[in-house]
Every structure is written in C-alpha cells, then in structure tokens.
Design a protein. Structure first.
Length: 202
C-alpha cells in the first residue's frame, strides 16, 4: 500500500489511526501548495482532488481520511476505532460526523477563507471565514458537555471521533484562526489523548 499525502490535519488523522493499529505504510508526498493534487494524474486517483489517498496493491484508490482509517481498522486486529457492536458503531459514527461537520469543516472553512491559502483555486471570502470560525468556537460547547458525561467522545471507548476532534482542535490552535475557549472537560480529554503514543505519530 502507499499513502499519497501532504503535511495536513487530514493526513494526521490517518497517521494516528495507523499508529493505533500498528501499521506503517509507504508515503508518497503530494505538493498541494503547487496544485499537484489538481493534476490529471492525481485526479485519476481521487476525483475529489484532495489528500490523503490510500493506494492498495491492486491499484484501488481510497480517498477521505475517515474512509482510509476505516479500511485500515478493518484489515487489522486489536480494538476497533469504529466500534464492535451495532450501538457502538452508531454512536461513534454520530460523534465522528458531529466532530467533522460542526468543528473540523468549520475550522477548515475559517482557515481557507481567512488566510486565502488556496486563492489560486477557490474564491475566498474573509467574512465567511469569520462566520465559520464563530460556528467552530460555539460548537466546542456541545463536545465539552458530552465529555462531562463520558471519558471519550462516543462513550467509554477511544475512537475515530476522538481522533477527528483532537486533530481539528490542535490544527485550530496552530493556525490561530478560531478562538478556543477554555473548557474543562475538553481540556481533561485532550490531556489524556496526548499521553497516547499515537498522538505523537507523524
Ligand atoms: N474530507 C477530506 C478532506 C481532505 C482535504 O481537505 N485535504 C486537504 C489537506 S488537509 C487538501 O487536499 N487540500 C488541497 C486543496 O484543497 O487543494 C478528508 O477527510 O480526507
């Protein structure tokens, strides 16, 4: 297998999933700043034009960091990042989607629109970036409320939902486009996640 990737929060989600599952995969750098991900060669691998993309040995390509993580989880032993029972799977999926829709995507919208990093390929509206930033900031309260009741986002089990939210919070902190309120339960949870070896994976 090969992982086509660029240094980015979505690649980091896959790196953490790989470390959790004890997998190493050959990495192929894609220069997204130069628009290599928009070339016909790359679009043949992922018509969505984004990284990361997992290439299987038979030439199959899997895009979307959560789909890649799901595949890697399914082909390896050990505790699942996606849940073992029907209930756990539904709850993990629910919180994973909330983490992605309500926070990760809003942080990305804020970053892309405020910094105009990809203005060579998309229309950037700074005011919209600030709307995204405010929505991301507000959404953290929902996660903090949940983490007041459960050790991990989707309950007792560490999961892909934790990976998505924590990676997005770290990214938001690094790029400084979203105000991150001090929330006690989120702080407790992040402190615990940071003790996992996988969170230092790169
Ligand atoms: N939902 C996708 C998002 C992928 C994504 O947005 N990747 C960014 C890097 S974090 C990218 O390829 N950006 C290049 C571009 O927008 O042209 C996933 O989870 O993999």
């Amino acid at each position: 297998m090969k992982l086509h990737e660029a240094p980015s929060p979505n690649a980091r989600r896959v790196h953490i999933a790989m470390a959790e599952k004890g997998i190493e995969i050959e990495r192929v750098p894609v220069d997204i700043r130069a628009g290599e991900n928009l070339s016909p060669e790359f679009l043949a691998k992922n018509p969505g034009g984004r990284v990361p993309v997992l290439e299987l040995d038979d030439g199959t390509f899997i895009g979307e960091s959560v789909s890649i993580s799901r595949y890697l989880d399914a082909i390896t032993d050990g505790p699942s990042l996606f849940g073992d029972t029907a209930l756990a799977q539904a709850q993990i999926d629910m919180w994973q989607r909330r983490a992605e829709i309500n926070f990760f995507n809003e942080v990305a919208g804020a970053f892309r629109n405020i910094t105009a990093i990809f203005k060579d390929r998309e229309t950037c509206v700074e005011a919209w970036g600030h709307v995204c930033a405010a929505k991301a900031s507000k959404a953290l309260n929902m996660f903090d409320d949940q983490l007041a009741q459960t050790p991990y986002l989707a309950g007792d089990q560490f999961s892909i939902a934790d990976i998505s939210l924590c990676v997005a919070v770290d990214f938001a902190r690094a790029v400084k486009v979203v105000e991150l309120p001090e929330l006690d339960n989120l702080k407790r949870w992040q402190g615990e996640l940071k003790t996992r070896a996988s969170f230092s994976a790169s």
